[in-house]
Design a protein around this ligand. Structure first.
Ligand code: NDP
Ligand code: AKG
Length: 445
């Protein structure tokens, strides 16, 4: 394989999908050397078959708003690769959603799910519908309309969606209810379900907690403790909230949270009580993060900005893709950051990753550090299959073991000759090799 040539070819074939090309361009150079040790891969054109999704499903979603007006949105499901298990990955509802963004997410998900050690293939879906500013009834009608098409393409052994940006417990409940209505069957077809109907304990917490468990493993390679460290977190949704919760529990000082309008900086640190306020504000009242600064006057709200100019030991980007650019990464490094663990998917631009790696700080790509969410989704599938529910402690312990395994696999495949652990390379090679071996075993299909 000549990675640059493959990327060039994909760019020509998919010229309007910059995020997809970005994700592929980040991965291929890191696996090129390992790939080329296996001439049988090239003979089977494995790389193109791995980069291009198995199937892209695109549909119109029609729903009626509270004023009685008929609205249309686009709906998508990208079934990327199912060689190691049923397609699996979240659904994103956000106005920015398009085919290229979902293709990057589905590509990344395939590598991530391979890393989890569980039998799950990669997929992603979503819509350019944004729940922001919509009533509960509108969100319900939209979810039902979305499922009216999606249900034909999914199933507990076919494709198992879950949440992502804009899709939390409320949306999963409505999607699940409509699937059940249409198919006349109760099955574990979605994960992230409510606890009363087959959801797993610790699934809401899993992505944020998992990111911090991964961070702990990274820090331990340099004998650094998390307690007492200052942390910048972006986002204030599911992943950010539980990353903050775990940091607080372990004695770190969380200084920031954000949303798409700006960020808050709390010099006193966001403690348990303040985090409870944020959870109520975001999950129940569906308010904006700037209200935090009205509630806690020592905090400062920065409209239209991201938190990366603040000084801290650790950064956990937990909002969205490309939210740390090269200059922001250089500022973080100049301010003494020692570790960056991605809770979001592809939050660092290529220039930012380059800045972290050339400064030799600890840097974990999302496909490794945020894999806790899909891992516990996999555990939810297992619990649904055996008609049992495990305790929170049991699920949390399994999550810790999985995150440690992912970390150790990154170390195995990513340690460079000077001892620096290139977690990006490690995650890509480890994730790739499992999928590649399964693809080879299953023939040219
Ligand atoms: N949920 C999960 O289990 C997993 C999620 N992830 C990734 O984590 C990230 C966050 O997801 P999650 O917490 O679930 O989503 P939520 O919808 O719960 O929260 C998203 C947060 O990010 C902010 N945000 C969204 N888009 C932008 C943007 N364009 N610019 C700035 N801020 C933005 C939102 O602000 P606002 O309210 O203003 O939109 C909100 O605070 C995503 O990258 C997702 O793919 C990864 C693995 C699993
Ligand atoms: O839980 C899942 O199936 C998917 C979570 C997700 O979307 C992700 O890992 O990015």
């Amino acid at each position: 394989m000549n990675a640059a040539q493959v990327v060039e070819n994909l760019k020509c074939r998919f010229p309007n999908e910059p995020e997809y090309i970005q994700a592929v361009s980040q991965v291929l150079p890191t696996i090129e050397e390992e790939y080329n040790k296996h001439p049988e891969f090239e003979k089977a054109n494995l790389i193109e078959r791995l980069c291009i999704p198995d199937r892209v499903i695109e549909f119109r979603v029609t729903w009626v708003d509270d004023k009685g007006q008929v609205q249309t949105n686009m709906g998508y499901r990208i079934q990327h690769n199912n060689v190691i298990g049923p397609y699996k990955g979240g659904i994103r509802f956000h106005k920015s959603v398009n085919l290229g963004i979902l293709k990057f997410l589905a590509f990344e998900q395939t590598f991530k799910n391979s890393l989890t050690t569980l039998p799950m293939g990669g997929a992603k879906g979503g819509s350019d519908f944004s729940p922001r500013g919509k009533s509960d009834a509108e969100v319900m009608r939209f979810c039902q309309a979305f499922m009216n098409e999606l249900y034909r393409h999914i199933g507990p052994d076919i494709d198992v969606p879950a949440g992502d940006i804009g899709v939390g417990g409320r949306e999963i409940g409505y999607l699940f209810g409509q699937y059940k209505k249409l198919t006349h069957e109760w099955s574990g077809v979605l994960t992230g379900k409510g606890r009363e109907f087959g959801g797993s304990l610790i699934r809401p917490e899993a992505t944020g907690y998992g990111t911090v468990y991964f961070l702990l493993s990274m820090l331990s390679t340099r004998n650094i403790e998390l307690a007492g460290k200052s942390v910048l977190i972006s986002g204030s949704g599911n992943v950010a909230q539980y990353a903050a919760e775990k940091c607080i529990q372990l004695g770190a000082k969380v200084l920031t949270l954000s949303d798409s309008d700006g960020y808050i900086y709390d010099p006193d640190g966001i403690d348990r009580e303040k985090l409870d306020y944020v959870m109520e504000l975001k999950n129940i009242e569906r308010g904006r993060i700037k209200e935090y600064a009205d509630e806690y006057p020592n905090a400062v709200y920065h409209a239209g900005e991201r938190p990366w100019g603040e000084k801290a030991d650790i950064a956990l980007p937990c909002a969205t893709q490309n939210e740390i650019n090269g200059d922001e990464a250089k500022t973080l490094v100049a301010n003494g950051v020692i570790a960056v663990a991605e809770g979001a998917n592809m939050p660092s631009t290529p220039e930012a990753i380059e800045a972290f790696q050339s400064a030799k700080i600890l840097y974990a790509p999302g496909k490794a550090s945020n894999a806790g969410g899909v891992s516990v989704s996999g555990l939810e599938m297992s619990q649904n299959s055996e008609r049992l529910s495990w305790t929170a402690e049991d699920v949390d312990n399994r999550l810790k073991v999985i995150m440690k395994d992912i970390h150790d696999n990154c170390v195995k495949y990513g340690t460079e000759s000077d001892g620096y652990i290139n977690y990006e390379k490690g995650a890509n090679v480890a994730g790739f090799m499992k999928v590649a071996k399964a693809m080879m075993a299953q023939g040219i299909v």
